[in-house]
Design a protein around this ligand. Structure first.
Ligand code: HAM
Length: 425
């Protein structure tokens, strides 16, 4: 009886080699686009002290209240990062990066962890590419960032997208809006969901994120944040809109957009895809300004803005095909002497940038050649004692079904000629 197989953790996926090729192309496109905008990659640990997320994402948010993978290790409360902004801010403060340059632009790409109910486009380990800019209060950088995202979506061929835009105002506005929101919600307290009733005390703004059917009526009638923002916030928002209009970057103002994280202030945006592949999980990415977060996490008074993109969702929506696969060579040696020579030939070809597979398992020629399809070989090289004695190798062009003997000394040049330019990795 064979042992019982073990499956992956629910909501966490293996990415098999064929899919990884699409991931690689996606990540390369993101890296290239952000590089042209001056972003440089930062890599932070997957595990952070739990208070980092409690203090930034905020108590009363779904992420902190329900979704974090938190544990205690040697008395230290730790959490698998549910998002990237808090970690990048921590690193920025910890390394005093504001002393090195007036404006910093970071890119990060990697897994995030949230214990949400798994569904198509919603996973417990998922991947984000994110950008963060420190030291630029905007609104020029806000417009540049949104414009970059729209351009990136076109490059990735994710189909039609919609940019939703809002402003939350600064700290003063938030406090004022909180009072207005409470005045609206308190009288309907009894009709709200349990979660929202609790949030009336802890974090009323988060009631606006609620998907609970019981809360929808109260949310629909809630006062608009945009009506509460002060003159400076308004000027910032108007200038951002004027810049986007001038750039021809389409967006729609959505006064109910609040997004589920507490650190935001002023500019807030979300990109939604319309591809049917996305189903209900149509937020391809989102972000906003967080002008108080660096200070709140013990750093200097430095403003920030950023976004995160969900890579799984981008891949669901993207119609971009990975480029032609690099074709390779399968070497099929018959016998012990030929096996040694096959390893030498493979070494020569690889040095020229050609992918070479040595079929070292032995067996019949027919069975060896069966592997050509799975390794996407364009050429098979067959050699046995006879070929070795004559100083040749048999070269099979697999698509054309033709074969010929090639002098051993000419082999590398001949294979290179066959593949021509542009097929090396
Ligand atoms: P977020 O909206 O929580 O923002 O996540 C950004 C994107 O990550 C979402 O729009 C979605 O595409 C993807 N995503 C989120 N949760 C899941 C999940 N469970 N499964 C699959 N994809 C998911 C943030 O995380 C902020 N840190 C963005 C930011 C950066 N704001 C400022 N700077």
């Amino acid at each position: 009886m064979s042992a019982r197989a073990i499956s992956a953790v629910k909501g966490m996926n293996d990415l098999l080699p064929e899919e990884v090729e699409r991931w690689r192309v996606l990540e390369e496109t993101i890296r290239e686009t952000t590089r042209l905008h001056g972003y440089r990659e930062i890599r932070t640990p997957l595990v952070e002290p739990t208070p980092l997320f409690v203090r930034s994402v905020g108590e009363g948010t779904d992420i902190v209240d329900k979704e974090m993978y938190s544990f205690v290790f040697h008395d230290e409360p730790l959490t698998l990062r549910p998002e990237g902004t808090a970690s990048v801010v921590r690193a920025y403060v910890e390394h005093a990066l504001h002393t090195k340059e007036p404006v910093s632009r970071f890119l990060y790409v990697g897994p995030m962890f949230r214990g949400e109910r798994p569904a198509r486009g919603r996973y417990r380990q998922f991947h984000q590419a994110g950008c963060e800019v420190f030291g630029d209060p905007g609104p020029v950088v806000d417009a540049e960032m949104i414009d970059m995202l729209v351009g990136l979506m076109a490059k990735l061929e994710v189909g039609e997208v919609e940019v939703l835009l809002n402003s939350l105002g600064g700290a003063g506005t938030k406090a004022r809006y909180r009072e207005r929101l409470l005045a609206h919600l308190e009288p309907m307290k009894e009709s709200l969901s349990q979660d929202s009733q609790r949030r009336l005390e802890t974090n009323p703004l988060r009631i606006l994120d609620s998907k609970h059917p019981q809360d929808q009526e109260a949310i629909a009638g809630a006062p608009s944040i945009l009506e509460s923002i002060d003159d400076e916030d308004r000027a910032h928002f108007d200038r951002l809109r004027a810049l986007l209009d001038a750039l021809g970057t389409p967006y729609r103002v959505e006064p109910r957009l609040v997004r589920g994280l507490d650190y935001y202030s002023r500019t807030l945006f979300e990109i939604r895809g319309k591809s049917p592949e996305l189903g209900a999980q149509n937020a391809l990415g989102g972000g906003g300004r967080y002008d108080a977060l660096v200070e709140d996490l013990g750093g200097p008074k430095v403003s920030g803005i950023g976004f995160g993109l969900g890579l799984e969702r981008l891949l669901l929506a993207s119609k971009a095909k990975p480029g032609l696969r690099v074709r390779s060579v399968l070497i099929a040696p018959m016998g012990a002497r030929a096996q040694t020579e096959a390893l030498v030939i493979a070494r020569e070809l690889r040095a020229l940038g050609i992918v070479a597979h040595v079929e070292g398992r032995g067996g019949s020629l027919k069975s060896m050649l069966r592997r050509t399809a799975s390794v996407d070989a364009g050429v098979a090289l067959v050699l046995g004692d006879g070929e070795l004695d004559r100083g040749v190798v048999q070269l099979k062009e697999l698509d054309a079904h033709v074969q010929r003997d090639v002098a051993r000394a000419e082999l590398a040049a001949e294979v290179t000629r066959f593949f021509g330019r542009g097929t090396t990795p």
